[in-house]
Design a protein around this ligand. Structure first.
Ligand code: DAH
Length: 341
């Protein structure tokens, strides 16, 4: 009796295995289920035999019966999964040849980065090389070495972001002047574009982060005339022929004398308009002759070497060039804005 049962169980499982391997639809699988473990299935039909098995054989018979049932159940499940996967894959592979093609959308360079590239290219043609510096800086590089007095307002934590360890987010790219002069001997001719940070309340012309480009030229016999010529050449290259500059005395701790440099208004050509507040001039950058104290701070002898420096805001240049009215557009990441450049 036992042997007969075991034989039958074997037969039922192996024919179920075969039938499931050949199944191509879910209906095939359900059919195998009905024929084996279903209410009228062949395996279910064996149950009454169990009662007739000799007592001592019952454990073996019961175990074999349960194993056969589990095997079939597992194989049914596998077959269902296989067919479900296959139907998913064929749906994904189906190609609708009537659909219009998809256009590749190629990104554009951010307008701020375009300005940085353009400025660097102009200054490169004048013999400057591009230098880089970190955005996290020491108080020394950002203020002390740049000759900023101890009570300079920009040092105030209300204006500058400080870290707990005393370092800060640089407020100006002038820090790269110090790094460059510490690492190189004159002659030095660099420009350094990059991001700066100040604790400002954001509005149409102020952001907590913005970009500057710094310039530094240290050599023998450098004069204010060299600075003026360099800035004039830049103004014409960047904004176009006919743009002129003027310099007004100003104060920066790291330059002496210092000046603010205005460009003739690129909107109205100097006649006076809303953008230049009817003055005909646009305030563009700070500049001056490198303060001898700064040279001394980096171990350069000011009796032998002189230099000029300048720094300007990239966003401002970009806004004037493309007639953009609000600085916040640069960081909104709105593609409708960015795609125009
Ligand atoms: N660092 C100044 C600022 O952020 C700009 C500046 C002025 C840079 C004069 C210079 C300079 O190199 O000579 O306002």
């Amino acid at each position: 009796m036992l042997n007969e049962l075991l034989e039958k169980l074997k037969e039922i499982t192996s024919s179920a295995t075969e039938a499931l391997a050949a199944a191509t639809t879910e209906a095939d699988v359900e059919n195998v289920k009905n024929k084996t473990i279903g209410r009228n299935g062949s395996l279910t039909a064996l149950a009454p035999m169990m009662g007739k098995i000799a007592k001592e054989d019952k454990p073996v018979a019961g175990k074999a019966f349960n194993e056969a049932k589990t095997t079939i159940q597992n194989q049914l499940e596998e077959a269902r999964e296989r067919l479900a996967d296959a139907s998913g894959a064929s749906a994904a592979e189906a190609i609708d040849v009537t659909l219009p093609g998809r256009k590749w959308r190629i990104g554009t360079k951010h307008p701020v980065n375009q300005t940085i590239d353009e400025c660097c290219a102009i200054f490169r043609r004048m013999g400057f090389v591009v230098a880089a510096g970190p955005e996290i800086e020491t108080v020394h590089n950002c203020f002390d070495a740049l000759n900023a007095p101890a009570d300079h307002p920009s040092r105030d934590p209300k204006d500058t972001f400080y870290f707990d360890d005393g370092r800060l987010l640089r407020t100006q790219t002038s820090t790269v002047q110090i790094r460059t002069m510490l690492a190189n001997k004159p002659p030095i001719r660099i420009v350094s574009p990059g991001r700066c940070y100040r604790r400002d309340t954001p509005d149409a012309t102020h952001g907590v982060h913005f970009h500057q480009i710094e310039g530094l030229y240290v050599d023998r016999n450098v004069s204010l005339a060299d600075l003026k010529n360099t800035l004039e050449a830049f103004a014409e290259e960047f904004f176009g022929k006919g743009v002129t500059i003027r310099m007004r005395p100003h104060f920066f701790p790291f330059t002496e004398p210092s000046a603010e440099c205005d460009f003739s208004c690129v909107m109205c050509g100097g006649k006076g308009c809303r953008v230049c507040k009817n003055s005909g001039w646009l305030e563009i950058l700070g500049c001056g002759m490198v303060n001898p104290n700064v040279l001394r701070n980096v171990g350069i002898n000011p009796d032998e070497w002189q230099g000029f420096a300048f720094g300007m805001g990239i966003e401002r240049l970009t806004m004037l060039k493309h007639r953009i009215g609000d600085l916040r557009l640069f960081s909104d990441n709105d593609l409708r804005f960015l795609k125009q450049f």
